[in-house]
Design a protein. Structure first.
Length: 340
């Protein structure tokens, strides 16, 4: 059902489908509500709109002139401020750390970042904090202060009313960093316009190019953090491009998806245009205590690996969505094996 305000805002509120164990990534479905005494109808009636004449197929509706001084103002129409496109809402969410304002409009303004249930809307975000809890923020600080990450889910209740409320809850205990495959922060990602930008500078809603099909895809999520305990891996070609990734970063090979630490020089990885080329540069780097890493998820048209590929320093590699998909598949297989 279509919520009268969300629908009018052009938000196709998506059930941001998280594949296999809550993959962050997304699919959308519209919903509408046509309650006969809805606020929109009441506003129209107050303005003199009496609807089409009885049995009036194809006839013009009757409009009665009203005193302009009595016409309803936008303020008189119930609207949830958290989803009002005319407002940029950034504030502390109850249940979330009191010292960290959250850019709520950034999430509610993008259908790929939200999930709907009736008149409720939810979205996920992460709070970074020092291990001792003395400092909390939305971004990870590049120092050795022992930063951890805590995932939160915020829920807006009653989006069809100006009395809507918002609250948040932590969905997991603090972690040093989830073991997701990531890129070195200086990695250059090819953008939709052909330019290249360091992945550390990429933000939500930036458009990047998929090197397999040439399509532009919006960034739906960004994650960053330290990689102090494990060394990075150089993956690429001796006479060509090379990218620096964490050990669990995914690549498409002729044998299917493989993580960086599973690759050997007998593997062929996919390159631009969809051909395969033997990977002959696989170099393990020593761990660095101050190593930072970044990854992004793109809103591909489907859940296939080929729809979630990036060109990183000239090498085709998977995004955060595919990394999580691969990890969850591995965990599922591991769980099934232990039950046999």
């Amino acid at each position: 059902m279509r919520n009268k305000y969300l629908g009018s805002l052009g938000l196709s509120l998506g059930t941001t489908g998280v594949i296999l164990g809550a993959l962050i990534t997304t699919s959308a479905c519209k919903f509408t509500t046509d309650a006969p005494d809805s606020g929109a109808k009441r506003a129209l009636e107050a303005a003199g709109f009496n609807g089409a004449p009885e049995g009036g197929k194809g006839e013009e509706p009757t409009v009665t002139p009203v005193d302009p001084g009595k016409a309803p103002t936008p303020e008189s129409v119930a609207r949830c401020r958290f989803i009002d496109p005319s407002k940029k809402i950034t504030e502390v969410i109850p249940g979330s750390p009191a010292e960290v304002p959250i850019p709520i409009s950034t999430y509610t303004g993008d259908p790929k970042l939200i999930t709907t249930s009736g008149t409720n809307v939810s979205f996920n975000y992460e709070i970074f904090q020092r291990g001792n809890g003395t400092e909390k923020r939305l971004t990870w600080v590049n120092d050795t202060g022992g930063w951890m990450v805590v995932p939160y889910t915020a829920t807006i209740k009653g989006t069809d009313s100006e009395s809507c409320t918002i609250s948040a809850v932590a969905t997991a205990a603090p972690k040093v960093r989830t073991m997701r495959g990531c890129f070195a922060p200086e990695t250059l990602i090819t953008m939709a316009d052909g330019s290249r930008k360091p992945i550390a500078d990429i933000k939500i809603n930036d458009a990047v190019r998929n090197p397999l099909n040439g399509t532009a895809n919006l960034v739906s999520r960004v994650t960053r953090g330290p990689e102090a305990s494990k060394g990075m891996i150089e993956v690429g070609f001796a006479d060509g491009p090379m990218v620096v990734v964490t050990t669990k970063h995914p690549f498409i090979t002729r044998a299917g998806l493989k993580q960086a630490d599973e690759l050997s020089k007998t593997d062929e990885i996919i390159v631009k245009g969809g051909a395969f080329r033997k990977v002959d540069r696989i170099v393990k780097r020593a761990a660095k205590k101050d190593q930072q890493v970044v990854n992004i998820a793109i809103a591909g048209p489907n859940f296939e690996a080929s729809s979630h590929m990036l060109e990183a320093d000239g090498v085709v590699a998977g995004d955060l969505f595919i990394q999580e998909k691969l990890e969850n598949e591995k965990n599922l297989k591991k769980g099934l094996a232990t039950t046999k």
